[in-house]
Design a protein around this ligand. Structure first.
Ligand code: DC
Length: 235
């Protein structure tokens, strides 16, 4: 876009999008990446895939040493989604595409326990940084602006009330054929929020230099447009 003096504003190379469960980070991040021609990386998928692996290998989700050992040895790769997939990323665990396990109820229920373990976080952050070093990326998570990419060129924190997030998540679940009541979904979201924001290592919070967007009352396209406006330096 044109700037005073005729120069062109450089697009950010790395865009961090953080926020609580069901704040729309993944769907918004995916669309922003698509419009800019960037790779989208949903870091929640790495914690979910590790949770699945722990359940497969019968590692107890409170066994920090066991989880740390798995995290240190696993080979994880993230890439663009397969055509027609409702996920925003494909994830390979030790060379196998495991994208289909990410939304399993047992994974959903256990992932907050796994993602609070410091050695697990260190290993997953290393995977995430390696992926981000290769291309222009939009990366979504809880600690991207604060820990994973503290020098990200643009940091956005998406927020929304628990009621709004429960409504959105319930719609997503119903579309996947898993109907839950809104109050049930709201309870789960509040429980996840509490664990994610009260854990000692890298708790969920907005980076000091993040731009906070409250998405209550905004539709997805409006939020995408706001992020693109920030990325492109439009006013
Ligand atoms: O975004 P999500 O619902 O897929 O995240 C799954 C879990 O992983 C969630 O409980 C928080 C955790 N997580 C995290 O601690 N740090 C990240 N960067 C991404 C997710």
């Amino acid at each position: 876009m044109a700037m005073a003096g005729g120069g062109k504003k450089k697009l950010p190379r790395t865009i961090a999008i953080d926020g609580p469960s069901a704040s729309g980070k993944s769907s918004v991040g995916h669309l922003v990446a698509e419009r800019l021609g960037y790779l989208f990386l949903d870091t929640g998928a790495t914690y979910r895939a590790l949770t699945w692996l722990a359940l497969q290998r019968s590692v107890h989700l409170e066994d920090e040493q066991g989880l740390a050992g798995l995290a240190a040895r696993v080979d994880m790769k993230l890439g663009p989604p397969a055509a027609g997939s409702c996920e925003r990323c494909t994830i390979w665990v030790d060379g196998e595409d495991r994208t289909s396990v990410l939304r399993q109820p047992e994974v959903e229920a256990g992932v907050s326990l796994v993602s609070r373990v410091p050695q697990v976080r260190r290993a997953m952050v290393a995977v995430q940084r390696r992926l981000a070093s290769r291309r222009k990326v939009v990366m979504a998570g809880r600690d991207i602006g604060t820990v994973v990419l503290p020098n990200a060129d643009l940091k956005v924190y998406l927020d929304a009330s628990p009621e709004e997030r429960a409504r959105r998540r319930q719609e997503e679940m119903a579309a996947l054929g898993r109907p839950f009541t809104e109050s049930d979904v709201r309870q789960r979201i509040l429980r996840r929020d509490a664990i994610d924001s009260e854990r000692e290592d890298s708790p969920l919070r907005a980076a000091e230099d993040a731009i906070v967007i409250n998405t209550d009352g905004l539709n997805q396209e409006q939020v995408v447009e706001k992020v693109l406006t920030l990325a492109e330096g439009r006013s």
